[in-house]
Design a protein around this ligand. Structure first.
Ligand code: ATP
Length: 458
């Protein structure tokens, strides 16, 4: 298994590519930017949507036992008392007493300087070597007020995870979707965390998106379902092209477990900064439903009429980050190679994730080629996202499409006008084949439905 990312400087390269090609911009850039908040541009929003669609398809459409939900970001403040976030959703904050006065997460500094988050010993400011304050617990939830008066009773929080919106709707979905455990509720939505040390591009942000699914099971089946979901989630990433040797499952040690969890394994990806969490797959036991039942006074349990059994289901939760997954897919897809003495940068994204599936390019802007190309473009666009590009040399246009991960380029040239065929260029193999212009849209639609493995596996 590799221990370092293939291209160690890939993060810098990707940040620049993302800006240059319209994937990701710093938020409010014209005002100097907002710390660790990012905006998705025209291509970024497509990649992100494709990723979320792939998750939704795997979770909701491909199965009979999961329903979708879209709960509100602002929730009743008691939610966060019940969930333990008001009390326990904290990170240890230390501040530099030396020159730079920077703030750090104590556990991260300990890990970096002493080898483990809970290692004993002296730590210093990673930036200037200054002395650090004693740690204090800092709550990561953003506060705001509901209504026109800012009083203590009007305080609400921006949700730090989407999961709680699912737990408070457990009873609604159970009764209205006529489900019985094992069944799940899936949700994709924004979450907010006032992270002490955000960074690494979209890896750790203050506003981000999550894809979470809570799977409610009879307590004695929890272990089996935990295994099932770990396997499913690993398979989802590799099925969409992540190299298996850049992905691993890491089980949490007892001291690492969250307050609600009896077992958690992280799906980790080999990011340029090392192995880091991509997704957590937790066995949350009956913690959440029991807590919300206690705080709300509602019964949150399942009554099986056929057996007379009454129980609080256990919950298995695969919780993924959309932005973090997007970063992993881009890092994994990023490649630079020499072709005929020239360097080309290529994003080898799974075709189903790629923002554009095809680009239609008239070789030159004359002799009727643009008009014919427009016709081909319309037929392709009716079936999949595609782009029409007639500006600049053909080589430059190919390189641009490679860089944004477009799997296929269709070129309309002199031969097209003679025999009705076009050149179909493959992003990864660089093979060029001639196919009838009238068939190209159907041919690509078929290819899109086929399984795909990254050529980086060799
Ligand atoms: P970390 O240990 O990296 O802080 P976490 O264990 O607190 O993450 P969870 O609460 O398990 O994260 O959230 C589930 C997923 O949501 C994470 O695996 C990650 O993909 C994503 N996520 C969490 N925090 C952030 C963030 N600040 N920015 C981007 N994605 C995040």
């Amino acid at each position: 298994m590799p221990t370092t990312s293939t291209h160690p400087d890939v993060m810098e390269k990707l940040v620049s590519l993302c800006k240059r090609r319209g994937f990701i911009f710093q938020s409010s850039e014209i005002y100097g930017g907002t710390g660790s908040v990012w905006d998705y541009g025209p291509l970024g929003v497509e990649l992100k949507r494709n990723l979320k669609d792939a998750w939704w398809r795997a979770m909701v459409y491909a199965r009979d036992d999961i329903e979708g939900l879209d709960a509100a970001i602002l929730m009743h403040p008691r939610t966060w008392e019940a969930s333990g976030h008001l009390e326990g959703f904290t990170d240890p904050l230390v501040q530099c007493l030396g020159k730079c006065k920077r703030r750090w997460r104590e556990d991260h500094v300990r890990e970096e300087q002493l080898g483990a988050e809970d290692a004993e010993g002296e730590i210093v400011c990673p930036k200037c070597g200054g002395e650090l304050t004693e740690p204090r617990q800092f709550n990561l939830m953003f506060k705001t007020h509901m209504g026109p008066v800012e009083e203590s009773g009007t305080e609400v929080f921006l949700r730090p995870e989407t999961a709680q919106g699912i737990f408070v709707n457990f009873k609604n979905v159970l009764s209205f979707a006529r489900k019985k455990p094992p069944f799940g509720i899936a949700q994709i939505g924004k979450s907010f965390r006032n992270e002490i040390t955000p960074g690494n591009f979209v890896f750790r942000m203050r506003e981000f998106e999550q894809m979470e699914m809570e799977f409610f099971v009879p307590p004695d089946e929890a272990g089996r379902w935990h295994e099932h979901w770990m396997e499913q989630r690993m398979g989802w990433y590799t099925g969409l092209g992540i190299r298996p040797d850049h992905l691993r499952l890491r089980e949490h040690g007892a001291d690492e477990l969250s307050h609600y969890s009896s077992a958690t394994s992280d799906v980790e990806y080999l990011f340029p900064m090392g192995w880091s969490e991509l997704e957590g797959v937790a066995n949350r036991g009956d913690f959440d439903l029991t807590q919300h039942a206690k705080f709300s006074g509602e019964k949150l349990e399942y009554f099986d009429q056929s057996t007379g059994d009454r129980y609080v289901p256990y919950v298995i939760e695969p919780a993924a980050g959309v932005d973090r997954a997007m970063l992993a897919f881009m890092v994994d897809a990023y490649d630079v190679e020499e072709v005929e003495g020239r360097t080309r940068t290529v994003l080898r994204l799974h075709p189903r994730l790629a923002p554009n599936k095809a680009a239609v390019l008239p070789l030159v802007s004359k002799e009727g080629m643009p008009e014919r190309a427009r016709e081909v473009y319309e037929s392709v666009k009716a079936r999949m996202p595609a782009e029409f590009d007639e500006g600049g040399s053909i080589g430059k246009r190919y390189r641009r499409q490679d860089e944004i991960g477009t799997p296929w380029c269709i070129t309309i040239d002199g031969e097209t006008l003679e025999d009705g065929t076009v050149t179909l260029r493959d992003r990864d193999s660089l093979d060029q084949t001639r196919v009838p212009a009238d068939d190209v849209a159907a041919l690509l639609a078929d290819r899109l439905a086929e399984p795909w493995t990254t050529p980086k596996l060799g």
